[in-house]
Design a protein around this ligand. Sequence first.
Ligand code: 3PY
Ligand code: MG
Length: 250
Amino acid sequence: MGFDMRSALKSKQPLIGTIVSLPCPQIAEILSCSGFDWLFIDGEHAPLGPLEIQSILQAVHERCPCVVRIPSNEEVYIKQVLDCGTSGVIAPRVNSAETAEQVVRFAKYPPQGERSVGISRAHGYGMHFEDYMERANDETAIIVQIEHIEGVDSIDSILDTEGVDGVFIGPYDLSASLGKTGNLSDPEVLRCIHHVRDRCLDRQKPVGIFTMDAGAVSSLVDEGYTLIAMGMDTMMLGASAKRMLDKARS
Ligand code: 3PY
Ligand code: MG
């Protein structure tokens, strides 16, 4: 098992990452070589199943931790991505403490939870089984996404849930749940984002957020965010292709 993502989160050192959405291990490999602190592998919105996720983890290898966002908060997704060897899971749309508890239960081996035991890549296909079993509960990060007004309203009970290591705010879904899709500077959207951030900071819980804007990252870090996902692979590819073309044609 490569990375202790739980300790990395607890250290509160800013971790700047980006979203990997393309089912192409070389792209994740390139991003890891470029020096990101972590990679957010998107199994929720991107066409990444367990095989693609495993290939991405193999390509990134030990360059940086990869944390996988699961498609939904069901046992099967949680155990498959953990068994592939991810350093943590990001659970989308956690709107209640019950959902947070369920994610923790499926992600932790007994006695803390009910994670199923299988022979898998996470422990070298059995070759480091005992070592992994000893460390997995302590080192695997469980991050819940707050991205709906119901999650905002339940933030205190979600933060009370034993085993939740950090919160990641999804501003786009949150804005949609308020009827303001994509309007991230709307005062109500901002009020919800700031409320979640402040509750996390008050409770010493690591908090992260997604931004498309690299220029916003240093102020996000000043505000207390330590887990940043900045842009995504497709955007970087598109933007740099367009920049080169525009220059060539100017
Ligand atoms: C959102 O903005 O809804 C996200 O999930 C970003 O990762
Ligand atoms: Mg979202």
